[in-house]
Design a protein around this ligand. Structure first.
Ligand SMILES: *Cc1c(COP(=O)(O)O)cnc(C)c1O
Length: 471
């Protein structure tokens, strides 16, 4: 399998190179040159098989010869062995046609573990074979930081630095990052906002001398390997409810569009998915896009579902690439214009198909709390604000429509205890942390505080990467 850039101007890469490259050199995102095309029989063979086995079968065509089969199996077993549920992504039935898929049984209680646990393993294998080391630098407003740190801790070929805005992440989120004990991980609290942190990471990427000296890498959701790992649970979920003989819908709370794009990828391989229902909070650029075909950039406003407080959904570019008939140069020009004008209009051709597949609904904070309360009342289940938005979007889509027998799977992206304040506000019940984190609030924290000053942060990175890093 070869990977091409959505902007058509970067070299084609194999899986290994796409894994290590992240953003393409022309500013685009890497996508498979063609989608693997599966027959019903290929899907059927995987029904009822363990998650790890499905993962191996689904990812193999995307990885090609970049890994030996035994290496891939080893990576999968190590990644999903860290999950606290044997099924990895279990389904829970909510009502006659709605299911919840729990994607939060990984080490940091958010769905990002599904992709990042595997990414850590893949980096390890590939870097060892190449005799190389990397430095991961990232900014986080919450979930990505802890998931990336957990995935990279104690890996001999990786040093990782995560910047977070001092005093502006929740205590649970901060402690999930600062209480991990490993020599190769570094938490930095920056005296500034999340945007300041992100700007510093961008500035480091744009400083070629620094970037090359530390062999800098990214773990954000534009990395193709993250999307690939997420395709697997769309397949296991659909198979469990009767695919390929029966079609299913998925409802996905969305920010960067990485999660739901994996559903689109599964469908492109031949999995019978009728609708992909996108849920957003008041930062609703995706909802507006799927309802109208147009996008206008607004300012980001904080909400109860902070992991979806995003205005430009980077992974949407991968869908737009298909909408532009895979003409990279045309899409590149449209994206540049979007950055300048803040406006974007989908090409008329192909839009009808996209609008038929993707449905979208938005919830403000009041509606989110009310959805959480309602789910608790109906089922006794506590759900986090992000997952509640997915469930509410699924219910909204079902409203006023004759039941057609198509089941919907809503993806639960975080454990309720990750957002205890919102859950308590909605239901009056404060959810308890799972056993492996029950002493989180008394564990010893390790972090450094630095001013909002690029030079000081770069000096800190250089002083803390391990010896022998620069060959
Ligand atoms: C990251 C995240 C999301 C959004 O996922 P995208 O892939 O960015 O759309 C939703 N919910 C939770 C809990 C998250 O951590």
């Amino acid at each position: 399998m070869r990977y091409i850039s959505t902007r058509g101007q970067a070299p084609k890469l194999n899986f290994e190179a796409a894994l290590l490259t992240g953003l393409a050199r022309d500013g685009g995102l890497y996508v498979p040159e063609t989608w693997p095309s599966w027959s019903d029989a290929q899907f059927k063979k995987l029904a009822g098989r363990p998650y790890a086995e499905v993962a191996g079968a689904v990812m193999k065509p995307f990885i090609g010869s970049s890994l030996k089969p035994a290496q891939l199996d080893q990576a999968i077993n190590a990644a999903y062995g860290t999950f606290r549920h044997q099924a990895v992504a279990p389904l829970v039935q909510i009502d006659e046609s709605l299911w919840l898929m729990e994607l939060f049984h990984g080490p940091t209680l958010a769905f990002k573990d599904v992709a990042l646990q595997l990414l850590g393993q893949l980096y390890d294998i590939v870097l060892k074979a190449r005799g190389e080391r990397i430095t991961v630098v990232g900014a986080t407003s919450g979930d990505t930081g802890s998931a990336a740190l957990e995935a990279c801790k104690n890996r001999s070929a990786i040093d990782i630095f995560i910047l977070h805005p001092k005093g502006r992440v929740s205590e649970v989120q901060r402690r999930q990052m600062t209480t991990i004990q490993a020599d190769n991980i570094h938490n930095i609290a920056i005296d500034g906002s999340f945007d300041d942190c992100q700007d510093m990471v961008k500035a480091m990427f744009n400083d070629p001398k620094f970037r090359d000296r530390v062999n800098m890498a990214a773990v954000n959701s534009i990395n193709w390997a993250r999307v690939m790992a997420q395709i697997v649970y769309y397949v296991t979920g659909a198979l469990a409810l009767g695919a390929p003989g029966r079609a299913v819908n998925f409802a996905v709370p969305s920010g960067n569009f990485g999660n739901v794009f994996a559903g689109y990828a599964a469908r492109s391989m031949g999995l019978p998915i009728n609708e992909l229902i996108v849920g957003s909070n008041r930062n609703d650029i995706l909802t507006r896009f799927f309802q109208s075909g147009a996008m206008k950039m607004n300012k980001v406003t904080p909400s109860l579902s902070p992991s979806m407080d995003i205005q430009v959904s980077s992974n949407l570019e991968r869908l737009l690439f298909d909408l532009f008939d895979r003409k990279g140069e045309k899409l590149g020009a449209a994206m540049t214009a979007f950055r300048e004008s803040g406006r974007f209009e989908a090409p008329k051709k192909g839009w009808a198909k996209t609008a038929k597949l993707f449905k979208a609904h938005r919830l403000d904070d009041r509606e989110t709390l009310s959805a959480m309360r309602d789910i608790h009342k109906r089922t006794g289940m506590l759900v986090d604000p992000h997952s509640a938005i997915g469930i509410a979007a699924a219910l909204e889509q079902r409203k006023g429509r004759k039941a057609d027998g198509t089941p919907t799977i809503a993806l639960a992206t975080a454990h309720p205890a990750k957002f205890p304040d919102a859950v308590e506000k909605a239901t009056g019940i404060r959810p308890a942390l799972p056993a492996h984190l029950s002493d989180l609030l008394t564990r010893k924290e390790r972090l450094s505080e630095l001013p909002n000053d690029l030079k000081k942060v770069q000096d800190y990175v250089l002083a803390n990467i391990r010896l022998g890093h620069n060959r």
